[in-house]
Design a binder for this molecule. Structure first.
Ligand code: PLP
Length: 354
């Protein structure tokens, strides 16, 4: 007997992340390769009791703390199961089948995947050959059928950022056609500027943040939506009741209470990136110093794919290369502490030689 399958889901092509990555040095998915200090993790784990695990998650304490930390109101904040899930809710809530979604290309892969799953029409705006993005092209693609415009700021994987002026031009153009602008700030802190104040000034703007990058909680799945109370209300309607798990909320609260820890994470990233870039410079590498926690590097003697394979097999190091497209000559390496970056450069220079 035949059964019904949603045609959009049937046709969606997925590439799932590599498994068994624990035994590798992970520079491939923009996580913190080392994670939070063990003493901090141990102290938070002590709070996890059988009763805590038996109780459904209660996000309100975290939301209040986050709002205070960000100097915004609790009505401006919603937690999700990673910002991945926030993307899905935004698409489900503010678009319908055949609506158009504008993103630059390349960008974070889940934007295209969610378009496919929900039957939305993805309008990719391509980068120029010199890896710059022409904002006029983004503006010109915002036509009447567009319901969502995505700006990943800084973008992953290219690492460019948008000026306030250009973002406001895009927001105003989107408003004319009744579209939402989704600003994904997953890489905030590595890039210190934020557009939250701009977002809260307009009715049609949403900002996404994640605890997976600087805050090093990718395993816990904690995403944050920041917007005006009307948009937050609609997204809360769309969201599952027990969306963000208690362990994520607990770790999130304890991180926000510990500014010293946050400062150390930021400092460690800055020093790590400085070290990596100075080593690449010394060795005359072509690289793109992205605004996120990653750098794009052009190998000298082998293809990025070959470097990826050899680093994985011989050095137990994971990086990310691109089979085709504008980044095919580069691989992306995530930034960690100076110690991690030294481990990476020692291995990479040893592999990329005649
Ligand atoms: C731009 C961007 N947005 C969102 C995400 C998803 O993050 P999360 O772990 O919060 O789902 C990523 C992950 O790499 C990303 O690069």
């Amino acid at each position: 007997m035949e059964f019904y399958v949603n045609k959009n889901i049937m046709k969606t092509k997925r590439i799932f992340p590599k498994q068994n990555r624990y035994n590798f040095y992970r520079f491939d998915m923009n996580e913190n390769p080392e994670g939070l200090p063990k003493s901090f993790v141990d102290s938070v784990l002590k709070e996890i009791t059988p009763e805590f695990l038996a109780t459904y998650p209660e996000p309100d304490n975290f939301v209040a703390k986050y709002a205070t930390y960000m100097h915004i109101s609790e009505n401006n904040v919603l937690t999700t199961n990673g910002s991945d899930m926030a993307i899905r809710y935004v698409f489900e809530t503010f678009a319908k089948e055949s609506s158009e979604v504008v993103t630059v290309s390349p960008t974070f892969g889940m934007y295209d995947v969610n378009c496919n799953i929900l039957g939305l029409k993805h309008i990719p705006v391509e980068y120029e050959k010199d890896l710059t993005i022409n904002v006029e092209k983004i503006l010109n693609s915002i036509n009447k059928g567009v319901r969502i415009v995505v700006l990943v700021n800084p973008n992953n994987p290219v690492g460019n950022v948008y000026s306030r002026e250009n973002v406001e031009r895009i927001i105003k153009r989107a408003k004319e056609v009744g579209a939402i602008v989704l600003i994904d700030e997953a890489y905030h802190y590595f890039y210190p500027n934020s557009l939250i104040d701009v977002a809260l000034k307009y009715q049609n703007v949403i900002v996404l943040r994640t605890f997976s990058k600087l805050f090093s909680l990718a395993a816990c799945r904690m995403g944050i939506v920041i917007s005006n109370p009307t948009i937050i209300h609609y997204l809360r309607n769309a969201r599952l009741t027990f969306e963000t798990n208690s362990i994520a909320l607990l770790f999130g609260e304890r991180i926000l209470e510990n500014q010293g820890l946050i400062n150390n994470l930021i400092e460690s990233e800055i020093t790590g990136k400085k070290y990596l870039v100075s080593e690449l410079k010394k060795e005359n590498y072509v690289y793109l110093e992205c605004e996120g926690n990653f750098v794009l590097i052009k190998p000298k003697y082998f293809s990025p794919l070959e470097i990826e394979k050899v680093l994985c097999l011989k050095k137990r190091i994971l990086i990310h290369s691109y089979e085709s497209g504008i980044l095919k000559d580069y691989f992306r390496v995530s930034i960690g502490s100076e110690k991690m970056m030294k481990l990476f450069t020692d291995a990479f220079f040893d592999v990329d030689k005649k």
